[in-house]
Design a protein around this ligand. Structure first.
Ligand SMILES: *Cc1c(COP(=O)(O)O)cnc(C)c1O
Length: 438
């Protein structure tokens, strides 16, 4: 029998982890066992939720075959959309390989449910960077603004709470849709729990019941036993190369919600008159189904990796969001280094742990949709997949890195150890770390 300890240490050493870093990390990992148990219980619940939805809709071998051409009567596609609707407890869902990424899914939801003269409100501060161009906060071709859709934003209070008073003031006769981002994205605000989202939706519906409440659910799926659609959201939206794709979906996005909202989106995605009836699934369905099946446990592995990172970097004296003890509502871990070197070293360490492209060195670059250079570590089987172990950091203050994923916790743990090793080698973590805070 292999005993953890000496034998494990030997393979880590072969892979470039020093004994000091190994020992430090091992102590932290072992102190977290009660958290691992909690997460196992969460993933057990969500695994059964997924199986229940698959059985209820009689997913069969025939569902794994794709269609080509127009894609009329695509049994696998239609069944998968029923499965998603049941998991999210919504009337309908749209789950398609033609939705190219999370931004596209969100843009689709917004552009199809808003009309000229309507107003969009974000009551939780600035949305994810790429949505700035969708909305037209930064001028952009094809933005909502170009179509005469206005935008209002109410920031969170400095303590992270909702600014109820100003949200009430911001809602007017034009307010048609409210967008609530569950995850922190590239910010250091706390991620919203499903319960807090429910509280916000109840408040908004109390002021104007017919407002469409949409949740940007990216990175949040399966991190709790409830989803925002269980607490009043009319529409939840996300990417299949994050949590719900389970690491296997090679592309895609989903929307789940009220029939009306989904119909609008389907007619915008394909064409008025065609809607959900077309859109060949090609060869995507086996990965969509199997990825969804794996998603609760893959998400749990990502959560374990994030919690390990939080506790390790907290012990090393860096500021981390969420902190080591907090409950989790998404898979993202922010670590603030305060300087570009820390961000770069961290990402290079993560890259060195990758199964694909582990030999390459990431550098900061200007990416479409972002307003500063970004460094991204991603040694992924699916290009850009961020349910796989990945890290990215915009090169701008406060010089925080956003770490997420890990299809297996073993890989997540190794990646974090590699990042620490890199920071030690670059002299960013000084030699006395072994004596600190443990
Ligand atoms: C990733 C993400 C998006 C955009 O998704 P892409 O697939 O990168 O286009 C939007 N919102 C949040 C909160 C995200 O995490």
């Amino acid at each position: 029998m292999i005993k953890a300890g000496k034998e494990n240490w030997e393979i880590y050493q072969e892979m470039g982890i020093s004994k000091e870093v190994y020992d430090y990390c091992d102590k932290i990992w072992n102190s977290l066992k009660p958290r691992w148990e909690e997460i196992d219980i969460l993933s057990e619940y969500n695994q059964l939720k997924v199986i229940h939805a698959m059985q209820k809709n009689q997913v069969s071998e025939a569902c794994l075959l794709g269609t080509t051409g127009y894609g009329y009567s695509d049994l696998g596609r239609e069944t998968l959309e029923r499965v998603y609707a049941d998991i999210f407890h919504t009337e309908e869902a749209l789950v398609r390989p033609q939705i190219t990424c999370g931004t596209h899914a969100l843009a689709l939801a917004l552009m199809s449910n808003l009309r000229p003269g309507d107003e969009l409100l974000s009551p939780v501060g600035k949305p994810y960077d790429t949505l700035e161009e969708v909305i037209g906060i930064r001028p952009s071709k094809g933005s909502l603004k170009e179509y005469g859709i206005s935008y209002k934003q109410v920031d969170l209070l400095s303590d992270g709470n909702f600014d109820f008073e100003n949200i009430r003031k911001a809602i007017n006769e034009k307010t048609k849709l409210v967008t609530i981002q569950r995850s922190k994205g590239y910010q250091t605000r706390p991620t919203l729990s499903v319960d807090r989202i429910g509280e916000l939706i109840a408040f908004i519906k109390g002021i104007k019941p017919d407002i469409i409440c949409m949740v940007d659910n990216c990175y949040g799926e399966f991190t709790e036993i409830k989803e925002p659609s269980d607490v009043g959201a009319d529409l939840v939206v996300g990417s299949l190369i994050k949590n719900p794709g389970g690491g296997l979906a090679p592309i895609g996005g989903y929307l789940a919600g009220k029939k009306d909202c989904i119909d609008n989106a389907a007619y915008r995605l394909t064409s008025p008159g065609l809607g959900k009836e077309v859109g060949a699934s090609l060869q995507a369905l086996p990965a969509f189904y199997q990825g969804l099946f794996l998603a609760p446990s893959v998400t749990a592995n990502a959560l374990k990796s994030a919690i390990f990172a939080a506790n390790l970097y907290e012990a090393l004296g860096f500021s981390v969001v969420p902190n080591g003890k907090e409950s989790r509502h998404d898979i993202i871990q922010a670590v603030t280094f305060g300087n570009p070197d820390g961000v770069i070293a961290f990402c290079q360490g993560i890259q060195q742990a990758a199964p694909v492209d582990g030999h390459v060195t990431p550098e900061p670059w200007d990416m479409p949709g972002y307003d500063s250079p970004v460094i991204m570590a991603a040694g992924a089987f699916v290009s850009g997949s961020s349910i796989e172990l990945s890290a990215d950091g915009p090169i701008k203050p406060p010089y925080a890195v956003y770490f997420q994923g890990g299809l297996t916790w073993q890989h997540g743990k190794f990646g974090i150890m590699k990042s620490m090793q890199k920071l030690v080698e670059k002299g960013i973590i000084t030699k006395d770390f072994g004596k600190r805070n443990l």
